[in-house]
Design a protein around this ligand. Structure first.
Ligand SMILES: [Zn+2]
Length: 302
């Protein structure tokens, strides 16, 4: 699929870093999406993909509502940062505007415009224009739907993810270029570059502001260029898993989701996540779409 935007390589670290900085984390719950149970935990046996997608079940009564997350991160010097963009406000009225005709029919949302990222920023005294940087864990539709609401931000995405999301037949793999093909400041990171270092259990990480406060860690497998985020809070850290782990059970037990770009890479990334979780006391762990975890999250972590 051809796109008009030509992303440029990010020059890291981005400006604004300050030695010893710690950040504040606001988890933003941007509505929910109804999903077949097999999506989180794939069934075994024949035709498991079809059954996992719910084609065999007549009722949707036992389908879980999955939270759609985004995160506001406040850096004392670099300002407001977002991780992912949640659902576009239009999804509250007509999901097909953001998700396309097919997506609009396929997905069921529980979402009100007040749950959109711009509304949640305003509720905290910020405007979308105050957001300097948006880190995209990946570009799947439930993470990129709100991109158009942040025209002034610099977007940071793994180069492999951009390539996958803009390749032919991307719609079949969970992308919709209309959501993110805007002439904004798109920047790609390259986890093969010289400045890439290992960090704790993660084989490849990038220090976004050069002060250790916001680290991007490569966790490919769910999608081609998925990245997770490690934040330094006061006296502890937070791990925003993104879809490297949908649920806490995926980390603690051996639960495999239905759809992965590359199962081998997904397993390797999950091992790195699991090791980090096991070895890091006090860590705030936020899996991608875990209703139980999200119901227990605080409004702010610092
Ligand atoms: Zn995803």
């Amino acid at each position: 699929m051809s796109v008009s935007v030509e992303p440029r390589p990010a020059q890291l670290p981005l400006p604004g870093g300050r030695e010893g900085a710690t950040v504040r984390l606001h988890p933003l719950r941007c509505g929910e999406i109804l999903a077949p149970p097999g999506l989180l935990e794939r069934p075994s046996g024949p035709a498991r993909k079809l059954r996992g997608l719910g084609f065999a079940s007549r009722s949707r009564r036992d389908w879980p509502w999955l939270p759609v997350p985004a995160f506001l991160v406040e850096h004392p010097n670099a300002g407001a940062i977002l991780v992912d963009t949640g659902l576009h406000p239009s999804v509250a009225i007509d999901p097909s505007q953001s998700f396309g005709r097919l997506g609009g029919r396929l997905y069921t949302f529980r979402f009100e415009a007040e749950q959109s990222v711009p509304a949640q920023l305003r509720a905290r005294g910020l405007e979308p224009a105050d957001v300097g940087v948006v880190v995209m864990t990946h570009l799947h539709t439930d993470h990129a739907s709100g991109v158009s609401e942040l025209p002034d931000a610099t977007f940071v995405v793994d180069a492999r993810e951009w390539d996958a999301a803009t390749a032919p037949r991307g719609t079949l793999r969970g992308y919709r270029t209309a959501q993110f093909d805007h002439g904004f400041d798109w920047r790609t990171v390259d986890y093969g570059a010289a400045e890439v270092e290992s960090f704790e259990s993660f084989g490849a990480s990038l220090d976004l502001f050069g002060d250790g406060s916001v680290r991007l860690v490569a966790t490919p497998g769910h999608s081609a260029g998925h990245q997770s985020v490690v934040l330094r809070l006061r006296g502890r850290e937070a791990l925003l898993c993104g879809d490297a782990a949908y649920t806490r059970r995926a980390i603690d037990e051996d639960v495999t989701p239905l759809l992965m770009d590359d199962e081998h890479r997904w397993r390797r990334s999950l091992r790195e996540v699991r090791r980090f979780v096991q070895r890091t006391p006090g860590l705030v762990v936020v899996p991608g779409h875990d209703g139980d975890t999200w119901s227990r999250l605080d409004d702010v972590y610092e």
